[in-house]
Ligand binder design. Sequence first.
Ligand SMILES: O=C(O)[C@H](O)[C@H](O)[C@@H](O)CO
Ligand SMILES: [Mg+2]
Length: 390
Amino acid sequence: MKITKVRARVFEWKGHTVTPTPHFCSNAMDELWDKGDSMGTFRFHGWTTVEIETDTGLVGLGNVALAPRIAKAIIDQYLAPLVIGQDPFDYEYLWQRMYRATHAWGRKGIGMAAISGVDIAIWDLMGKAVNQPVFKLLGGRTKEKIPCYASKLYRTDLKSMQQEAQSYLDQGFKAMKMRFGYGPKDGPDGMRENLRSVAAVREVIGEDIDLMLECYMGWNLEYAKRMLPRLERFQPRWLEEPVIADDIDGYAELNQLTSIPISGGEHEFTHYGFRQLLEKRAVSVIQYDTNRVGGITAARKINAIAESFSVPVIPHAGQMHNYHLTMSTLASPMSEFFPVHDVEIGNELFYYLFEGDPEPVNGFLDLDDDTPGLGLSLNERYFDQFTIIE
Ligand SMILES: O=C(O)[C@H](O)[C@H](O)[C@@H](O)CO
Ligand SMILES: [Mg+2]
């Protein structure tokens, strides 16, 4: 089998989006004195799809969710020429070709996200070629079903957050993640608001439901050191991305500070990046996203390293490219799940772009043993809601 064409398309949402509200989610921009919509650059309302065609007629489907137009340019100009004419089953060689050829600028960030999109399409192709689901090529079914946690609860009025939390309980979820709305700039009042929101959600869900807390890089080390002891009484499953991704020593200090596990990784790249996080004991939960970290080829290597450190892997984003990895390894106990809802932050765009993602039932997802590849196809029903750039 030979790759004959790589088609990268950008899908930019032009449908309805939920109006952003203040203190929606703390984030890396909050440290600045800028006014206005600090979450603006973290709304992902565009996506790049990658379709790899072969001389057998099989087509593999991948995706990239960061800086879509840049990802497409990288794929068209740099990556496609490196894989066209090649055998997709030489996936390690092709990954190394893309990684080394773009090493001057692509080993982290959007360069590696673009490589991820091509790599995911290659794995979809291989699964289709041997008529097996991708997880069967990685390690097979290690779980009867995949436990998943409901991930939304962005900061709003406490009553609405409590109603949303209750709705996840009613759907049978045994775990859920909420977002903080305040950080260092908001002083003691902001701290009180952060603690009140956690108390309000805990009041609804009780002690037996796992509650994860998301900072999305919106705090700093000093603020996180003050907040963590105040949060211990809520027994969170983890505190996520308290500081910016480059503050690895800050992560490590926080991860040893209290009984609260620190999680991170959705803004880290390749097995080299995760080796550093693990060697420094910077995180107690790894959260790469397969469409950023280096695709399935890199993610499976990280799974093996994490297993040797006994650090669980719970990938960022509930999406098929991550589910197959979680199914294939005991190192990954559960998945994130983004409840389908109006387009807000952009995570939910995946459901408007693709068909095939499994629906959770009572807090569990399952993958089909008989669906080859990743089991995804483009959802043409919503194409008119997107501006499509070929
Ligand atoms: O962990 C997550 O789900 C991500 O950090 C979110 O996608 C991001 O939008 C912040 O909530
Ligand atoms: Mg996160």
